[in-house]
Design a protein around this ligand. Structure first.
Ligand SMILES: [Zn+2]
Length: 190
């Protein structure tokens, strides 16, 4: 037995009217990074349909090295494969969305974090780095981390948002920016 049985029945309904789409950039040209929390499903919260947006989810929706690697590869893929379908203003926008009442908030407490490290084998520093106690603060830190990463293409834009579990509303904390201001010449090339 598997608890997937009722979900597979839903999939059967889905597949009955399904029409596959061609490989192409996401329709909204947005890549969402958000928490894996089941109350924060971007398909529902943002009304995404199949093919609309890239979604990367992890604990807290934090910009980890793995997330940076994913975005770097997606930008490379977009440049290489979809250059004729890419908008003039850039490849795509990365929207980092943190949320209130995040389960990682407990990790801001040192004693809780210590117990979690002992039980899971995860380094205490890594647990501390994944904590979202105040989403307004962490989302700004993570947008900055993406914007300052040398791996991120200057053709990618990054924005930051907070989802309020109590109201269902997403509020923009930081509008979309490129890693470097447009037209700025890098010192290395000067
Ligand atoms: Zn969360």
């Amino acid at each position: 037995m598997t608890r997937m049985i009722p979900l597979l029945e839903r999939n059967d309904q889905f597949a009955r009217t399904y029409a596959p789409a061609a490989l192409s950039p996401p329709a909204t040209q947005v890549a969402v990074i958000t928490c894996l929390d089941h109350r924060v499903d971007p398909a529902i919260v943002l009304g995404l349909r199949l093919g609309d947006a890239i979604v990367i989810r992890n604990t807290g929706g934090r910009v980890t090295q793995a997330v940076i690697d994913d975005i770097a590869y997606l930008a490379f893929l977009a440049e290489q494969v979809f250059s004729d379908q890419v908008a003039a203003e850039g490849l795509f926008e990365v929207a980092v969305i943190h949320h209130t009442q995040c389960g990682t908030g407990f990790l801001a407490d040192q004693a809780f974090r210590h117990r979690a490290a002992e039980a899971t084998g995860i380094a205490e520093a890594a647990l501390a780095a994944s904590a979202v106690a105040d989403p307004d603060i962490t989302v700004r830190a993570d947008v900055e981390r993406l914007l300052t990463s040398p791996q991120i293409s200057p053709m990618v834009r990054v924005s930051g948002h907070v989802y309020d579990i109590a109201t269902g509303r997403v509020t923009t904390a930081l509008n979309a920016r490129n890693p470097r201001p447009a037209g700025q010449v890098s010192p290395a090339g000067a």
